[in-house]
Design a protein around this ligand. Structure first.
Ligand SMILES: *Cc1c(COP(=O)(O)O)cnc(C)c1O
Length: 338
């Protein structure tokens, strides 16, 4: 495996820190919790999509594109990081936002990530929930081609074998970082959605023969479908790297989708508690759609004895705290009387 064979444009502040969460570990009574700060990748407040975009934007440039198109939910962190990468690299950027929640609060429809998409100069348009977003992007690409542009279509979440290379790189980074700290990682836990993060991470960790299991906490699809999506993309990523697809097997891919609640982007009580707890104990901001639900899952699984007290569990913080501003009412915070 040789990642340097693939074109890459540096966008992130890497390596991201790997730090202990001592207060939270103590509060929960073990295991030893660590946090890999991929919320600190730097690009427009950071997040996991930045690693993927290093490879996707390089591929766009290699193909001679002058425009990128992508899609996501209204409060998409991927859309925001794509808009920022496009701005920095001089691409025009078109973003299609799917209304997956039906929320009409202007904070949700205009603030947080949506505000930043526009601040980075992206052209934002909306689609109804359930639209065929890939087809919508293809239609827009066709229109732009007719107008003389050279568009490059980035799938939702940047999740394809090119984007997943960013998380193969993250696996190499994490294993090297842990070795330098004499840290034996027993588990990695993170939010899984469009599957590219987990697929890349698992591919890298398995290719290294690290023996580190990854647990993805789902935010949308039921477990069987999520695991199948991750496995399929991991196998395509392995092939893209020149490894046999069979390098990654079903036993390497574990998702738990018990913490989705009513649906994608819809707050749960566990998410609210987890966001508050980590903010109060560690001074770290999670997000309402992904890392908050993943942390709710991690906390619940700790309570159920899923991990041994002396184990080292790394929570991969995938970013998204800007999304908090799209959900001002979810947290039940007292209005300031002053
Ligand atoms: C996109 C995203 C995820 C999920 O990553 P996938 O690669 O889509 O599975 C997790 N957390 C945050 C904050 C995200 O924006």
């Amino acid at each position: 495996m040789n990642l340097a064979r693939f074109p890459r444009i540096r966008l992130g502040h890497l390596p991201t820190p790997l730090e202990p969460m001592e207060n939270l570990s103590k509060h929960l009574g073990g295991p030893r919790l660590w946090i890999k700060r991929d919320d600190c990748t730097g690009l427009s407040t950071g997040g996991n999509k930045t690693r993927k975009l290093e490879y996707l934007m390089a591929d766009a440039r290699a193909q001679g594109a002058d425009t990128v198109i992508t899609q996501g939910a209204t409060q998409s962190n991927h859309a925001r990081q794509t808009a920022a990468a496009a701005a920095k690299l001089g691409f025009a950027c078109y973003i299609l936002l799917e209304d997956r929640t039906g929320y009409t609060d202007p904070a949700y429809t205009q603030s947080g990530n949506v505000m930043l998409d526009k601040l980075h100069g992206a052209t934002v348009s909306r689609r109804p929930g359930g639209a065929d977003m890939q087809a919508e992007m293809e239609a827009l690409a066709e229109e732009l081609r007719k107008a003389g542009k050279r568009p490059y279509v980035i799938p939702g979440g940047g999740s394809n074998p090119v984007g997943a290379l960013g998380y193969v790189g993250a696996a190499l980074e994490l294993v090297a970082q842990a070795a330098a700290m004499d840290l034996r990682i027993d588990h990695v836990v993170h939010a899984t959605g469009s599957a590219g993060t987990q697929a890349g991470l698992v591919t890298g960790l398995v290719a290294l023969n690290s023996g580190i299991p990854v647990l993805g906490i789902g935010v949308r699809a039921p477990r069987e479908r999520q695991e199948a999506n991750v496995l399929a993309l991991a196998q395509r990523t392995a092939e893209h790297l020149g490894l046999p697809a069979s390098t990654v097997r079903a036993e390497h891919v574990r998702a738990n989708c018990d913490y989705v609640g009513q649906g994608y982007g819809i707050p749960t009580e566990g998410m609210v508690e987890a966001v508050k707890l980590v903010a109060e104990k560690e001074g770290i901001l999670l997000d309402p759609v992904y890392s908050g639900k993943a942390m709710a899952g991690l906390i619940d699984l700790i309570g159920k004895g899923y991990f041994k007290p002396e184990e080292n569990v790394v929570f991969l913080h995938t970013g998204g705290s800007v999304g908090l501003f799209g959900y001002p009412d979810a947290f039940g915070l007292p209005a300031d009387a002053a």
